[in-house]
Design a protein around this ligand. Structure first.
Ligand code: PXP
Length: 244
């Protein structure tokens, strides 16, 4: 079955816009669980612009489904992950000035450093996922450093779609499809995410090697119009239809 991980970062973005205690990302996560999310994803950024340390504490306490903890490869984040031991840790690149995670992780150039970085996380029982572009060299490097999972960055595919650049979108989709098969053949579990919407999710969900999609920004935005549970249920339906 194709799993849906709901990213609740942007509930915290709205909360932090006013420095209030609401809307509460943990409440959103519980609601997402009830609406059929198979996991919850949260990204604790270095600058704490959305999710805060206390949110991670509260999510670990409250969730019945697995937490996928997204983090940069820093000593601070590694210590936090080792304290909580979430089900999964997804290593993402992080630049202070970026609005969102813009590209995949450069694994091939940082192979040694990353291998040492993820070893204690694996030893602690976390499933380690690496967020990368659909690129053979990066996938091979992720495999060599001992990651169990790769998450393919669907951002470029979604951006091309939104901009009406359909030839480029289809080329990127072909790359994602080929690289999902390539990674699967190496024995890696394949996830995908970033920028996915109702319009873009189905070709990705249709890939039989893809086991999990992590979706946040669109769902939180859509929940303004239809409510969080119906927004998630519609995404689930589209994913299941594409898979069938
Ligand atoms: N997967 C990863 C690794 C991410 O960094 C993000 C964004 O935090 C997502 C998935 C979800 O992307 P979006 O919020 O655009 O759906």
């Amino acid at each position: 079955m194709l799993r849906l991980g709901v990213n609740i970062d942007h509930v915290a973005t709205v909360r932090n816009a006013r420095g209030s205690a609401y809307p509460d990302p943990v409440r959103a996560a519980k609601l997402a669980e009830e609406a059929g999310a198979d996991g919850i994803t949260a990204h604790l950024r270095e600058d704490r612009r959305h999710i805060a340390d206390a949110d991670i504490d509260a999510l670990m306490e409250a969730l019945s489904v697995p937490l996928n903890f997204e983090m940069a490869a820093t000593d601070e984040m590694q210590a936090i992950a080792l304290r909580h031991k979430p089900h999964a840790v997804c290593i993402v690149p992080e630049k202070r000035e970026e609005r969102t995670t813009e590209g995949g992780l450069e694994v091939a150039r940082e192979e040694n450093k990353l291998a040492h970085f993820i070893a204690p996380l694996r030893d602690a029982g976390c499933r380690v996922s690496i967020f990368i572009a659909a690129d053979e060299a990066q996938i091979e490097a992720a495999n060599r450093i001992g990651a169990q999972v790769i998450e393919l960055h669907t951002g470029a595919y979604c951006d091309f779609h939104a901009e009406g650049r359909f030839e480029e979108r289809d080329a990127e989709l072909a790359r994602l499809t080929n690289m999902a098969s390539f990674a699967h053949a190496l024995g890696l579990e394949v996830h995908a995410g970033h920028g996915l919407t109702y319009e873009t999710v189905q070709p990705i969900a249709a890939q039989p090697e893809v086991m999990e999609l992590n979706i946040g920004h669109f769902l939180i935005g859509e929940s303004i119009f239809r409510g969080l549970a119906p927004a998630i249920e519609e995404m689930r339906r589209l994913m299941d239809d594409a898979r069938a």
